[in-house]
Design a protein around this ligand. Sequence first.
Ligand code: SF4
Length: 386
Amino acid sequence: MTTPVNLLDFDLDGLTSFCEGLGEKRFRATQLFRWIHQRGVADFGQMTDLAKAFRDKLAGVAEVRALPIISQHDSRDGTIKWLFDVGGGNAVEAVFIPEDDRGTLCVSSQAGCAVGCRFCSTGHQGFSRNLTTAEITAQLWFAEHYLRQHLKTTERVISNVVMMGMGEPLQNYDRLIPSLRTMLDDHGYGLSRRRVTVSTSGVVPMMERLARDCSVALAVSLHAPTDELRDHLVPLNKKYPIDELLRTCTAYLASAPRDFITFEYCMLDGVNDAPEHAQALIELMRTHGQRGLRGKFNLIPFNPFPASGLKRSPMPRVLAFGKLLNDAGIVTTVRKTRGDDIDAACGQLAGDVQDRTRVQDRVARQRTVVLQQMPKPKVAAPRERL
Ligand code: SF4
């Protein structure tokens, strides 16, 4: 018996082709898409305005297959973290972060990650596989409709999606795009392009494609002002160095829904948090600003995990770093940590991954070397008490 097609795998165009293949008209696909994504209905029998013959046809070949949930953790601050089983011993996480004016879902795109950023718990776990479109979309489908039930509302709860969970989304490009389109589609979740953010460590060719195919808000994990330091922290920098990355960011702005790029900067004690690093960043942004780049910085207090060998910058230093950037005219904020009591903060999404590409081994081998070689600022930063 063949496995039924999971309809979460389709954007509206894909679902239309599928339905046309069953001999159905286009508008039937739109009705079906709305039942699934707007109303959260998985049972074809409940889709009462679809012809019985169409529902019977669907029941034989298709289904709406959710991801099995391994666990749910509710934080005191309202943050909720789900661990989903994606088979083969792999699990991925999604996190809902409620705020006064928005509800944000942080979504995973891969089981593990092959980029291997030094400060990232996911990167240390290694890589297993890309998630399918259905597995990416299923995180939003489940979270949105669970939250509506839980909060007893028919209104939309999730207003923002950030592709900042496990994985480098632009290394899973072909599966990511239909999922983004479903998020944006008025018959799906109807999210604004400004409120869907793809976060990347800097996969330059895919950033160029994203600008053409589905331009949403962009966040770039910068974390260092020089190639020398960024090579150590974000190994992908060796392939796509800072100058090339920032030129691509500038070009992205031509089609971006926002007039700036968000730059993420994880604050690592004694590694990238000295005033000299801030000064170098200011120079970097000045140079690229003259070419048209506009960016905002988001300073992220590092969430330590034992294998990293790294420590969180003391908060006074984070604030001093932010002040230097702000005083230079670069809008800079410090990310609030949320869900600390359930390990849901940025960089803590661990899931459970079968490392099939031996990234773990590579990261472990390189860690000692990296920490010995990490470029130091020319003048030591003042040390605050932890
Ligand atoms: S920060 Fe992102 S790109 Fe880097 S290892 Fe972690 S998940 Fe991968």
